[in-house]
Design a protein around this ligand. Structure first.
Ligand SMILES: CC(C)(COP(=O)(O)OP(=O)(O)OC[C@H]1O[C@@H](n2cnc3c(N)ncnc32)[C@H](O)[C@@H]1OP(=O)(O)O)[C@@H](O)C(=O)NCCC(=O)NCCS
Length: 186
């Protein structure tokens, strides 16, 4: 789905436009994925695992726009994609379709400016509007900044997969599942 765009203020005074990406953003979105995957170990992919072509990404972004229960959000600062987030249904099967999954990645240059918190709040609102009953996410156990942000947004830890992530250096981190009941959330 496409959500109504809005402009928010970052902590440094700059404006950030929150909008749905479309097929025309394919190159920018692929660059964003590459940049964020290379800047942190806290995302699930290494940069070389981002293999979509621009044409595939265009088709993917159009599919998300056309889907009533999928939404993507980008934060654009001075014309550059600073952040991306998404809310996707876990499944369309009857037993699972009340659940959605949330993900977010912000370019390092734009960390600590309140953007994570703002986009998380907007995505929670959209998840509720799309009719989901609960919003879930997965986070590496060592990602204390993200976990604090999610705690503040009302998510709680529901469990974890021990050693769920194995990094290139051979170290492990638990895969922590967090969730938020949307019916009761603020
Ligand atoms: C995690 C991430 C989304 C946070 O986004 P952000 O825009 O930097 O976060 P915000 O500025 O909105 O801060 C949100 C909260 O995070 C926490 N936080 C931010 N910076 C922090 C710091 N230096 N130390 C501790 N907590 C911190 C705080 O709880 C903060 O709220 P507060 O400012 O009211 O104290 C962003 O750092 C990111 O994209 N990281 C890489 C990818 C990633 O980890 N994605 C999540 C995968 S599950």
């Amino acid at each position: 789905m496409r959500f109504e765009e809005k402009t928010v203020s970052l902590k440094d005074g700059r404006s950030c436009l929150l909008r749905s990406p479309g097929p025309e953003d394919a190159a920018g979105m692929l660059a964003h994925l590459q940049i964020t995957a290379g800047e942190t170990d806290f995302l699930t992919r290494y940069p070389e695992e981002i293999l979509m072509t621009e044409a595939e990404e265009e088709a993917f972004l159009q599919k998300v726009l056309d889907h009533p229960r999928q939404v993507m959000m980008i934060g654009v600062v001075n014309g550059a994609i600073a952040a991306g987030a998404s809310v996707f249904a876990v499944s369309e099967r009857m037993k699972l379709r009340h659940r959605a999954v949330f993900g977010i990645a912000i370019v390092k240059e734009y960390w600590h400016l309140g953007l994570g918190q703002l986009m998380t709040a907007e995505c929670i609102r959209l998840a509720r509007e799309m009719g989901f009953e609960q919003l879930e996410l997965q986070v590496l156990s060592g990602n204390t900044r993200a976990r604090r942000m999610y705690d503040q947004a009302g998510f709680e830890a529901w469990g974890s997969v021990k050693n769920g992530f194995k990094l290139r250096d051979g170290s492990y981190q638990d895969d922590v599942l967090m969730g938020l009941f949307l019916k009761n959330a603020i």
